[in-house]
Design a protein around this ligand. Structure first.
Ligand SMILES: Nc1ncnc2c1ncn2[C@@H]1O[C@H](COP(=O)(O)OP(=O)(O)OP(=O)(O)O)[C@@H](O)[C@H]1O
Ligand SMILES: O=C(O)C1=C[C@@H](O)[C@@H](O)[C@H](O)C1
Ligand SMILES: [Mg+2]
Length: 173
């Protein structure tokens, strides 16, 4: 059953930040799949990538998503690459309303300048962001709604999503 509010989108579009604000506004718990991965493995994301490679990380991510979706209704902030596995996409569509956060490549670079916690962005940030955007073109398109975040604060984005969510829920009561 569709019961969660699931945030997807490229890395740096604000899923974690907007998720926190949304969870407060909606009075729903927040789960961030990246944080659950770190808690359950006892390793940082950077360590996991180093020791298990990206595919090792993706395997844990899929397990964690499965567990979280089986839980009570909540706001779920996902990792930017969660859409890379078709089984994750199918499960998210089945179990929640999926909201895609968007931002321009320049805005993502501004937000993530100096970041050392995202293994896929190390090196030339501009080049890495552009490359990931190209590789992932179309992968976020299955979302129920899309929200442009460039030029809006995380609180404004959360407020836009809250209003839309409340409207949708009213229609469904
Ligand atoms: N709307 C916004 N405007 C400006 N800065 C923002 C906005 N949303 C988030 N940020 C900032 O951008 C950075 C990345 O945000 P955040 O960690 O929430 O992204 P994310 O989508 O969760 O990324 P990831 O997929 O890597 O987990 C943070 O420093 C955050 O404060
Ligand atoms: O875009 C990605 O593939 C990633 C985004 C982060 O949320 C983390 O899940 C990790 O750094 C990988
Ligand atoms: Mg995040």
């Amino acid at each position: 059953m569709k019961q969660h509010l699931i945030l997807i989108g490229m890395t740096g579009t604000g899923k974690t930040t907007v998720g926190r604000a949304l969870s407060e506004r909606l009075g729903l718990p927040l789960t961030d799949t990246d944080r659950v991965i770190e808690q359950t493995t006892g390793q940082s994301i950077a360590q996991l990538f180093r020791e298990q490679g990206e595919q090792g990380f993706r395997a844990v991510e899929t397990q964690v998503l499965h567990q979280v979706l089986a839980g009570k209704p909540q706001v779920i902030a996902t990792g930017g690459g969660i859409v890379l596995r078709a089984e994750n996409v199918e499960r998210m569509k089945r179990h929640g309303w999926v909201v895609c956060l968007q931002a321009s490549a320049d805005e993502i670079c501004r937000r993530l300048a100096g970041d050392t916690n995202r293994p896929l962005l190390q090196g030339d940030l501009k080049q890495r962001v552009r490359q990931l955007m190209l590789e992932r073109a179309g992968k976020y398109d299955f979302a129920d709604w899309k929200v442009e975040t460039t030029g809006h604060t995380a609180y404004e984005v959360a407020s836009m999503i809250e209003q839309r969510w409340r409207r949708e829920m009213e229609v469904r009561v």
